[in-house]
Design a protein around this ligand. Structure first.
Ligand code: FMN
Length: 171
């Protein structure tokens, strides 16, 4: 059974525990790499062709506008042989109460009929938001497993949460 870990993540300035600090590596990327150590498979970064600003406030304004306008950006790259994967772990930060538009674009492009999607979402308090509903709408014929919410600021210590979730959603 082939596994893909597809994630969106943005380094640069971000909001962490009430402060704006610079992240060398995005929180979701840190979690995705830890998950990769646990489940193996292939890692793929979902990145839009035109990155959002490194500046936190500017990024929020861009992301909000794109979400409200229903933008579906072109991605920098697309995975090869996507049809070979049965399980897709999908990682993203909570943006504006749901997923970044690049993740919508990724899901809508492939649909993942009959495949299993396992979402994990890093955030600063909104948990999964309405992202699971949005995944269901984008991929109505996929099997959607219960998602995992991770506090972005604590992502360096999320190993046991990831392991528990992997076990719980194994079947
Ligand atoms: C554009 C933008 C919008 C965000 N919106 C939310 C939100 O609605 N709720 C929330 O809890 N956190 C929100 N956050 C915080 C991120 O979800 C959180 O910092 C996440 O861990 C960042 O992941 P990354 O470093 O992988 O990009 C937002 C951050 C950005 C940059």
């Amino acid at each position: 059974m082939a596994t893909l870990i597809a994630y969106f993540s943005r380094g640069g300035y971000n909001y962490v525990n009430g402060d704006i600090i610079e992240l060398k590596e995005g929180n979701t990327k840190v979690a995705a790499k830890k998950l990769h150590d646990i489940v193996g498979g292939d890692l793929f970064e979902i990145a839009q062709e035109n990155d959002y600003s490194d500046d936190y406030r500017e990024c929020v304004a861009q992301a909000k506008k794109d979400y409200l306008e229903g933008v579906r950006p072109k991605l920098k790259a697309y995975p090869e042989n996507i049809e070979k994967y049965d399980r897709i772990y999908l990682g993203y930060p909570n943006y504006c109460g749901t997923m970044p538009v690049a993740v919508f674009a990724f899901l809508e492009k492939y649909g993942f009929d009959g495949k299993t999607i396992l979402p994990f979402c890093t955030n600063e308090g909104s948990k999964m938001g309405k992202s699971e509903r949005d995944i269901k709408n984008a991929c109505p014929h996929a099997v959607l497993k219960e998602g995992l919410s991770l506090h972005g600021a604590d992502v360096q210590n999320c190993d046991s949460q990831l392991k528990e979730w992997v076990e719980k959603t194994r079947n």
